[in-house]
Design a binder for this molecule. Sequence first.
Ligand SMILES: Nc1ncnc2c1ncn2[C@@H]1O[C@H](COP(=O)(O)OP(=O)(O)OP(=O)(O)O)[C@@H](O)[C@H]1O
Length: 278
Amino acid sequence: MISVKNLSFHYAKKKELFHELNLELGQGNIVGLLGKNGAGKTSLIKILTGLLYPKAGECQMLGETPSKRSPQFLGNVYFLPEEIEESNLRMDKHVALYAPFYPKFDHEAFASNMTSFGIDPSENLKNLSYGQKKQFYISFGLASGCSLLVFDEPTNGLDIPSKSVFRKLVASSMTDDKLILISTHQVRDLGNLIDRVLVLNNGAIIFNKSTEDISNQYDFVSTDTVPDSTQWLYHERGLGNGKAIVQSQGNLESKIDLELLFSGIVAHPEKFKTTAHE
Ligand SMILES: Nc1ncnc2c1ncn2[C@@H]1O[C@H](COP(=O)(O)OP(=O)(O)OP(=O)(O)O)[C@@H](O)[C@H]1O
């Protein structure tokens, strides 16, 4: 579904942001894209959705070149940016105007998503809070029927119950022919939702693993459970016991701690290297 080969990119008069970046992602996945501030997550998303052009390399999405922005490609890709444009339309009018660009738009799903968030489509977008606007655009995107959904920091501005609604709606709208890519710093909001973790760092994808492989390969433990520090791939001190990531021996059941994993990968990329077959 996404195939990026040797992608290089820089903004005008700026140093290179991506250098020969490679990325392959298949359909049927909900992927978390993680990276430090300024790592280039938004820029990468914009390249994938055809809003920025690569300087070198190849980028194919859904078998098309995003930068050509063909109507077929645009009707099959939904991008929710972190910063939402101002609009002076009622939400139902917005849907009447923009849904026709998405041939597989599902009006029933849209109405149901809006009900789940508890927002009334007859309201004008300009009268909504930032979080409510997000709820509307998430409802729209999940109903768009697009094969590729890209959400940049979707849970920013959502309250705690709405984050839970977001997770439920994403999980229930997922089908085998879709790819949902979520870029975020709010890794706790992704708990149990994503099935693949990508980490972008220093111009490259340094980690690309399914959550199944992560669970099989690593255990997330309290440092008193595994006190031998030579076994720790990464650890953080806490108020009481610290937390550590260790190579899985297959005898512990542990829940993935995404925050700890991300910190470990960025601190010691060599210890968490993704092998070619993953
Ligand atoms: N329009 C632009 N012109 C020039 N430089 C830009 C532009 N947009 C982003 N950059 C630079 O590119 C780099 C990557 O920015 P980007 O927004 O893609 O990162 P990010 O990972 O999404 O960051 P954050 O997590 O803070 O949102 C930053 O150094 C930023 O200053």
